[in-house]
Design a protein around this ligand. Structure first.
Ligand code: PLP
Length: 447
């Protein structure tokens, strides 16, 4: 029997709980996805939405599963549906690992598979501690690293607060873009001062006590923040000088989102020691994460236990979905599409800024974008960092939904992160709608 929307929502309200928000609040806002189609999805009543956030910035190949991926998953289920990762290996595990070793630069040649991003970061924390024999880990305030205990403790934004006191040994520091002041007036000054401050944090904590520094190479939900020129290079140097492992969380920006295969490749050849991945590795068609490490770290774990494991590590069906999805990405030059669409995205965002006083600015790279909204000419946000809802933003959010645009709002900003397969017409049409919706928000602007 096909459920109508009332039956679906009754089942959801009466028998499920939501992540992050109070479940009643989340249920009242939830959209129903009955059918996905390319960059769109449809609800039970046939209402069409464009997915302007790729769900959780993860449905990078959209909502139509490529035939090759369907076939690969089907074939894997029919041949070897599950294998115990501790003692059984599968052909697809070898194939995917060889492909990833080709895709990742330098000697990031070894892979450990997980069920998602948080678990990848959790694994990387363990690896860094075991490899270095050190306890402390540095991570940044403007960051999100996942919802398991360790990953939640790494996380710097308020999502961490409900999990406190969390895991021991994590110390937070500020990135190049603090909220209320600037490290400098240009990229060079910002890089120099923020790295000098990081050196000072390391002195206070004791370099010899620090196993790893975790960063999102391009910060995701905390504002699409591209590191200033020289920052990743400087961070690499600081890590090398102190024997600290550099861990790049590529869960969100990996596999093409920023216009490069990996976010850290928007640097001058920086190679992290460990890279954590999930989401785009298989367009989120099945739950999968991975941790890549460099040869010298892998050599350690060839001789010493990695001290972690799980039933679903290296699940052959998820690996098959990743192998086929990555082949699809390469064959269809999805990265080329991101590079081609980047100027269109930036042009559309710049137009919004020109036309709307409420648009304070935007940040974008690849198909990773965010729009910052302001309520007055002083540049005050409608909603400050972690502030309460503002009726004008609530109304705007409702209008996005009514107009068939699904995206993520966070405080005074909204995101523009469509699937990486979007075309120019789909981008421009969506921005034309957003342009109209912002005219209403502009009525709330105080000169
Ligand atoms: N790291 C980053 C940068 C993320 O954006 C996310 C999820 O949004 C995670 C880690 C956690 O991944 P998961 O939700 O698959 O556990």
């Amino acid at each position: 029997k096909k459920f109508d929307s009332a039956e679906i929502m009754a089942g959801i309200r009466n028998n499920t709980l939501f992540s992050w928000n109070p479940s009643e609040v989340a249920a009242n806002k939830a959209l129903i996805m009955e059918q996905g189609d390319g960059v769109y999805f449809y609800d039970t009543n046939g209402k069409k939405y464009i997915d302007f956030n790729s769900q959780a910035m993860c449905s990078n190949l959209g909502h139509t599963v490529p035939e090759e991926v369907l076939k690969a998953v089907d074939q894997q289920l029919r041949t070897a549906a599950y294998a115990y990762p501790c003692s059984i290996v599968t052909p697809v595990k070898a194939k995917l690992s060889m492909l990833l070793a080709d895709l990742l630069p330098g000697d990031l040649n070894y892979f450990y598979y997980t069920s998602g991003g948080a678990e990848s970061n959790e694994t990387a924390m363990r690896m860094a501690r075991l490899f270095t024999g050190r306890h402390k880990i540095l991570a940044r305030y403007r960051s999100y690293h996942g919802a398991t205990l360790g990953a939640m403790t790494l996380t710097g934004d308020p999502r961490r607060w409900n999990s406190e006191p969390g895991a021991s040994g994590v110390v937070h520091f500020m990135d190049p873009y603090p909220l209320s002041f600037k490290w400098g007036e240009n990229e060079e000054e910002i890089t120099k001062a923020s790295l000098q401050y990081l050196r000072e944090v390391i002195s206070y904590e004791g370099g010899k006590n620090i196993a790893a520094i975790f960063i999102e190479s391009v910060t995701g939900t905390n504002g699409i923040l591209r590191p200033p020129k020289g920052y990743l290079e400087g961070l690499r140097k600081i890590c090398d000088e102190n024997g600290i492992l550099m861990v790049c969380d590529e869960v969100m920006n990996g596999f093409g989102r920023t216009g490069e295969m990996f976010g850290f490749q928007n640097s001058d050849g920086v190679i992290p020691d460990i890279v954590t991945m999930a989401k785009g590795i298989n367009g989120a068609f099945l739950p999968l994460g991975a941790v890549a490490c460099r040869d010298h770290i892998a050599q350690h774990f060839k001789k010493n236990p990695i001290g972690i494991g799980s039933t679903y590590n290296s699940h052959p069906v998820t690996l098959a979905s990743a192998y086929a999805s990555l082949q699809y990405m390469l064959k269809n030059n999805v990265l080329g599409n991101v590079k081609a669409m980047e100027p269109v995205l930036k042009e559309c965002l710049a137009d919004l800024q020109k036309r709307h006083p409420t648009v304070k600015g935007f940040r974008a790279m690849g198909l990773f974008g965010t729009v910052e909204l302001q309520k007055n000419s002083k540049g005050d946000p409608f909603i400050p960092y972690n502030g309460p809802p503002h009726p004008a933003i609530t109304q705007l959010q409702e209008e996005f939904v009514k107009s068939g645009i699904y995206t993520l709002f966070r405080w005074s900003s909204f995101f523009t992160n469509p699937p990486l397969i979007i075309n120019e017409k789909e981008l421009r049409t969506t921005f034309a709608t957003i342009d109209k919706l912002l005219l209403n928000l502009d009525k709330h602007f105080e000169k």
